[in-house]
Design a protein around this ligand. Sequence first.
Ligand code: NOJ
Length: 583
Amino acid sequence: MTDAATLLVETTPEQTDAWWKSAVVYQVYPRSFADSNGDGIGDLPGILHHVDYLDELGIDVVWLSPIYASPHADNGYDISDYQAIDPSYGTLDDFDRLVAELHRRGMKIVMDLVVNHTSDEHPWFIESASGPSSPKRDWYWWRAPRPGQLGGDRGAEPTNWESFFSGPTWEFDKSSREYYLHLFDRKQPDLNWENPEVRTAIYSMMRWWLDRGVDGFRMDVINLISKDPALPDGEVQSPSGLGNGFPHFSYGPRIHEFLHEMHVEVFGSRGGDFVTVGEMPGATVEQARLYTDPVRQELDMVFQFEHVGIDQGATKWQHVPFDLLTLKRSFMRWQDGLAESGWNSLYWNNHDQPRIVSRFGNDGRYWSESARLLAAVLHLQRGTPFVYQGEELGMTNVPFASHDDLRDIESLNYVSEALRDPDVTADSTLANIRRVGRDNARTPMQWSAADNAGFSTGTPWIDTNANYITINAASQRGIAGSVFEFYRSLIQLRHDEPAVAHGDFRMLAPDNPSVFAFTRTAGTTQLLVIANFADAPTDLENVEEMDLESWSGSELLLANYAPTAADMLLRPWEVRILRRYCL
Ligand code: NOJ
């Protein structure tokens, strides 16, 4: 057993104390989780119905993607009222019931906080758009057309920035003849955080949710809230011909100030067991260390994007083949970089990412083995793991048959923008979307082999993945060797074995192209994870720097194959987790 005293000597109090360091978070995408009333859209009573499922899995925290009032241009990431539940999801009473039921079972709840932008249907924006003399004009980024231009034509925008959702980041308003900024869709205008009234309004809304019982926030693209007020043009990039504004809004001059102010204003005098995680595209290790250094009082952890960018080129639609060495180097950099201060979040999936078993695993012959291997190498790292709904069942990407099957605004905007180029074919855009489109993650949760995967008795807002007949919760719960039971064991292990949450991380055989191996050490306890990222067996005798002999006789904690006498041969996509005690 780990000696608790040793652990305390080796780690600082902040590191051992924070409850979320040994917690596992589960992300619910409410629209696709469970529909209680047959309208084809998931809802809060649907989630309530499955609270025992979450409890059985063993998770500690539920993160809800946005459930606020919204026109749903971006499935709720476009909020028109921060203090109301969208009627398609239910009522505030339903929400209070959900909080109570989660809390009753010892689980916490984290809300999605989308405050880089609102919906263009939010009263703040409607007021702001009413004219240049509106008291809320400065709550958003309004600018005149480029000097010498009247506005409205391509090229007249105040900056050349390209939107995350394709096309320019500026929308022209004919009545005032000014543009407003939207880093995402034109229906998602960016708030101007330079204005203190904006910040005050947001902090007060956050406190309102805390008063309602929520335990923290996942903060949407929170590293984009501080922009360089000079709004300089970006370097022109192909194929769009638009500019890359990212350097001017992704780590703006006041970002640390805003996050610290938010921390003080919202959580400052409360004490309590809150958790915050900031979604931060483009964040570097050095930045993340600052954001998550407890002494600075900004955030508890960040979602970085490096490891989910390794198979992408300049844009997400450009494909780079998966390379295990690149993945290992990335993880190693983050594990080492946040070892002394700060904290990692660990994730493969969310509502924006394709399904991991289709992406870095083998969703055909080795579907179950690779789903479990991927889970193990993530959950055994140092950091807080996030499970996205259906990941615990090994849900896969979707073979969308046509553009009509798509719902995601990012994909739809991409298709219409890409097809402006006569050399791009509709088929090639569909192939890209099958590989990385966000709808892969958004098809209904696969509860059972019943109609619509048991998600809804009506017509789902997006079609189910046809493989729900075989991949579903009912066929995995309680079944030894299933992906679900493997996740359950990993979560249990994190709760039971302090080395999983707190141990030091050391990568082994970093240059081996198919084996991912590392140790975790806390006091006298040492864990070893060895994983074979390949369709073929790997003989560990040939892997240098592993010193496997010294592990003979150690305890096999978890594996995705039954043990054999051939200890040194890893079968396709085999993973083993071992434990030993060093005196
Ligand atoms: C990141 C969210 O995860 C994504 O779903 C959304 O489209 C953008 N931010 C804009 O809110």
